[in-house]
Design a protein around this ligand. Structure first.
Ligand code: G16
Length: 556
């Protein structure tokens, strides 16, 4: 470690304004003007992480996803495309906060090297990409300074969706192995998805065009490129694709807006019966929707995507008579499992357990938690209600799909569809474009309308609100985010309110990506849901550090 080189490089990125940095749900996220020292520290950490993996390539994505355009953020990606392992999140936090002086940063670097027994003579390879935020390029330059100060090699992929960055990381690190994931290029990514989609939908009548809201972010140009590879196999109309005008990214558009407001985005004309979807700012989430003839808005969120996918895969596996080889030599049917968070609608969980008869596991919010839980199954379907998720296939499941032939033409066809799904579905991370094609493939295969899909089960009314508080760190979630241990006494008050409503459920948790706490409620009717949600918002705001104006929408 060349201390003088690190000290000299740090001098251009010193942290001077007292902000406390925290690696949160999806990395560091905040106003972009505060991020320069963080980026430098992430560059250093990425080098150490690569060295600790004996030179495997580590990814860095510069994005603030669904957050406003003025924000930005950064997250690290592990060699197989997963989120940074949790035990390193605290190193990321310590290193970012140590950018106040050369002595502080050298001490933290040294402590990480010792704690992880890192061999500093190992090489370090980093790849970086960014979304369309105006602040992105300068932040990448700060990151590169950090990487080079510790002697790492870095390749800048420029503008990418978040899942594309995860994809190339996985491709680079699996190249030449039995589980090679593909060519680490943007073109190969589109080709892989498009080929799988074309194969699985071949011979079926096309669905009506899909309206796609690109949230004026990176997903829009990516969709346009993907569209060229899909040709006439997929018909769509892209709106909200302006990535050049300032202030438009995610503004009243995108998956998060549509999910929370339960309405169509700005910039989209949606007639009854038309099919639509929204990507988020970095294209790692997607939700679908339509409006009924009576103008009722219907949302098909992550819960609905998960049940559609799980049901489809189980049908294919059953018709293909797939058996999976176990360690003890036995061969048993494919085990499908579903992973949800506290935000999953209660009706979806009941449908999965009682109708699909699939086991459900709950984890705290954050795809990093869901991803690992999903790895326990042959087919692990994980989706957050906000539309972030994917389907993981275990090596044993992939082997079963590859080695089975099928005793009938129908079985052979199902096996072929399962094989296509392993290419169509991004195995590294939730991916809006891949998930969009997954949904469209299932609906094409089954010739199923949005309305029919929506009728699989009826969501309980739900509402999610944000409350600004003085210190969201005071709110400590437990039991997979369903309760709070602190502030003391608050959980008891929430429980009292919940008990007043039939099918009532409510929880409060601090956001890891925004400076707010989230309040989620559901109950038997819309009116009861809103009363429960706004009552709890009021309790939090009034008694637990609400700041600014008491939001006008509060009813109590
Ligand atoms: C990120 C995470 C998601 C999480 C979301 C909201 O999504 O990857 O797993 O659900 O933040 O998290 P929180 O409620 O803690 O703010 P994205 O799309 O913003 O990267």
């Amino acid at each position: 470690m060349d201390s003088s080189k690190i000290s000299a490089a740090l001098s251009a990125h010193l942290h001077t304004n007292g902000t406390v940095f925290q690696y949160g749900t999806a990395g560091f996220r905040m106003d972009a003007t505060l991020l320069d020292p963080v980026m430098f520290s992430v560059g250093l950490l990425a080098v150490l992480r690569s060295k600790s993996h004996k030179g495997k390539t580590i990814g860095v994505m510069v994005t603030a996803s669904h957050n406003p355009e003025k924000d930005n953020g950064v997250k690290l990606v592990e060699p197989l495309g997963e989120m940074l392992v949790q035990s390193w999140e605290s190193y990321a936090t310590k290193l970012a906060n140590a950018t106040t002086s050369a002595d502080a940063i050298l001490a933290v670097l040294d402590s990480i090297v010792k704690a992880e027994s890192i061999d500093l003579s190992q090489p370090a390879h980093i790849v970086v990409a960014r979304d369309t935020r105006p602040s992105g390029q300068a932040l990448v330059a700060s990151l590169i300074d950090g990487v080079q100060a510790l002697g790492g090699h870095i390749k800048d992929y420029g503008l990418f969706t978040t899942p594309q960055l995860h994809y190339v990381v996985r491709c680079i690190n699996t190249a030449g192995t039995a589980s090679a994931y593909g060519e680490p290029t943007e073109e190969a990514y589109y080709e892989k998805l498009a080929n799988a989609f074309k194969k699985i939908t071949d011979g079926y009548p096309r669905l009506s065009p899909l309206l796609i809201d690109g949230a004026n972010g990176i997903g829009a140009p990516a969709m346009e490129k993907l569209g060229k590879y899909l040709g006439d196999s997929f018909s769509y109309q892209l709106v909200n694709k302006d990535i050049d005008s300032r202030g438009k990214l995610n503004f009243d558009s995108g998956a998060d807006f549509v999910k929370i407001k339960q309405t169509k985005p700005l910039g989209m004309d949606l007639a009854p019966g038309q099919r639509a979807c929204s990507l988020d700012g970095d294209a790692d989430r997607i939700v679908f929707y339509f409006i009924e003839q009576d103008n009722t808005f219907r949302l098909l969120d992550g819960d609905k995507i998960a049940t559609l996918a799980a049901d489809f895969i189980m049908d294919l596996a059953s018709s293909a008579e797939i058996l999976v080889q176990r360690d003890d030599g036995s061969r048993t049917p494919l085990q499908v499992g579903l992973v949800q968070t506290a935000y999953a609608n209660g009706s979806s969980t009941a449908y999965v357990k009682d109708t699909l008869k699939v086991p459900v596991v709950f984890t705290p919010t954050g795809v990093k938690h869901l991803h690992h839980a999903a790895e326990a199954f042959d087919v692990g379907v994980y989706f957050e209600a906000n539309g972030h998720g994917t389907v993981l296939f275990s090596p044993a499941a992939i082997h079963a799909f590859k080695s089975s032939t099928g005793s009938t033409p129908a079985a052979a066809k199902s096996i072929e569809a399962l094989r296509c799904l392993t290419d169509l579905i991004n195995q590294a991370v939730g991916d809006a474009l891949s998930d969009m094609l997954l949904v469209e493939a299932v609906l094409t295969y089954q010739q199923k309308s949005f309305s029919k899909w929506n009728s699989d089960y009826t969501d309980l009314p739900s509402r999610q609100e944000k409350v600004k508080v003085a210190n969201r760190g005071d709110f400590v979630p437990i039991k997979a985010d369903t309760e709070l241990s602190h502030p003391l006494g608050l959980q008891g008050k929430i429980n009292e309110e919940v008990a007043k409503f039939s099918k009532g459920r409510c929880f409060v948790r601090p956001s890891g990506t925004e400076d707010i706490v989230r309040v989620y409620a559901e109950a038997a009717t819309r009116d009861e849901t809103d009363r429960l949600c706004y009552t709890v918002c009021g309790i939090v705001f009034d008694g637990y550090g609400g700041v600014g104006a008491r939001p006008a929408t509060f009813l109590c």
